[in-house]
Design a protein around this ligand. Structure first.
Ligand code: ADP
Ligand code: MG
Length: 358
């Protein structure tokens, strides 16, 4: 699978990191693709990604680099996945949703509302002999699946339609405005679902599935492109969060699913026709169609720029051979090593709304 784009995004230092921990920024920008990270032992670690978004990066730039090509392909019936990954408080939801879906300041709009805009722009500028039907479903994953409008979702596979979330409501979406209202409702339901199920938002994955069906008026052929966006659970080690009993079990499940996702992406990236362990978790089953085949995947690793929080996450996430001037396609590219179960030693990255970045 060569169609994997791996990017990293550093949020600004939070007030807590600055004022309480006295942290400073530990990354030095080299260029748009590489940076040096000074870890807690003052060692310089070079990293290389497809794109690095630094603290002052604009939401629009993240969308244009990471998501726009995938959105354009979805409308051509090519599946795609966009995943935000990282420790709790690292900026996953900020990147995915922005600061609100409806009435959001243009600069703060995250990937979801921009994807909706992009999809309908592509659709509206398509030739008139192609008719489109867009549907949206939203599911919370935390061991169980929770439809963001009702419960009891099951995963089924159908030869013509691929993976289906049976029981998950698929809302027909006619335009950008409707899609944004739906998303906003789903996101409010996320909080309700998490409270009802007694699960913290850092311990569940939120999955948004846009299904874009296109029918040609000429040959009547129907094709569907599926675009899945995932705001993953926090990647910190569960034992450190002090969870017990049922909550601990659920948290372990979530960590298992993060590891399964890492294994699937590794197998797809390195694999030469080997077995892809999609069935190891509900999350990887849901993503099966959108990760395999000729689909495109973008992974945004969200990080705090302070060494106490991010170094472990970064070193576990990627292997970074130094970039040289050879023609080897893999040279200098980020490789996924392990997506789940990071041994983050402290949780000082966790923030409440009072700890927002300046
Ligand atoms: P996560 O979803 O990874 O737990 P959040 O997205 O909720 O983390 O981010 C934690 C806090 O940091 C929020 O207050 C958010 O608004 C802020 N934040 C995250 N990324 C950025 C950024 N790139 N620029 C400004 N503020 C950010
Ligand atoms: Mg979040």
């Amino acid at each position: 699978m060569s169609n994997v784009t791996v990017c990293v995004r550093f949020r600004p230092l939070s007030l807590k990191e600055k004022k309480v921990h006295g942290d400073s920024v530990c990354i030095t920008c080299l260029d748009r693709e590489s940076f040096i990270f000074k870890d807690e032992k003052e060692e310089d670690l070079p990293f290389c990604f497809d794109r690095v978004f630094y603290q002052d990066s604009a939401q629009a730039d993240v969308y244009e680099f990471l998501a726009l090509p995938i959105v354009q392909d979805t409308v051509k019936a090519i599946n795609g996945t966009i995943i935000t990954y990282g420790q709790t408080g690292a900026g996953k939801t900020y990147s995915m949703e922005g600061l609100g879906i409806l009435d959001c300041d243009e600069n703060k709009k995250g990937l979801l509302p921009r994807v909706v805009d992009g999809l309908f722009q592509c659709i509206n500028s398509s030739p008139e002999d192609i008719k489109y039907a867009v549907k949206l479903s939203m599911v919370l994953v935390f061991g169980y699946l929770f439809d963001l409008s009702k419960d009891n979702v099951q995963i089924k596979e159908n030869k013509s339609q691929g993976i289906i979330l049976s029981g998950a409501s698929e809302m027909p979406i006619l335009n950008t405005e409707e899609a944004l209202k739906c998303l906003s409702r789903g996101i409010s339901n996320r909080a309700v679902g998490e409270t009802q199920m007694n699960v913290s938002s850092s311990r569940s994955h939120c999955v948004y599935v846009f299904s874009v069906q296109r029918e040609s008026a000429i040959d009547k052929r129907v094709k569907t492109g599926k675009l899945i966006l995932v705001d993953l659970a926090g990647s910190e080690k569960v034992e450190k969060t002090g969870a017990e009993g049922k909550v601990l079990e659920e948290a372990k499940n979530i960590n298992k699913s993060l590891s399964s996702l890492g294994n699937v992406i590794n197998a797809l990236t390195n694999g030469r026709g080997n077995h892809i362990p999609y069935r190891d978790s509900k999350l990887t089953r849901i993503l099966q169609d959108a990760l395999g085949g000729n689909s495109r995947t973008a992974l945004l690793c969200c990080c705090s720029p302070s060494s106490s929080n991010a170094s472990e996450s970064l070193t576990k996430l990627i292997k970074t051979p130094p970039r040289t001037n050879t023609n080897d396609a893999n040279d200098g590219k980020a490789f996924l090593l392990q997506v789940g179960d990071h041994q983050i030693e402290n949780n000082s990255c966790e923030m409440t709304s009072d700890d927002a970045c300046e």
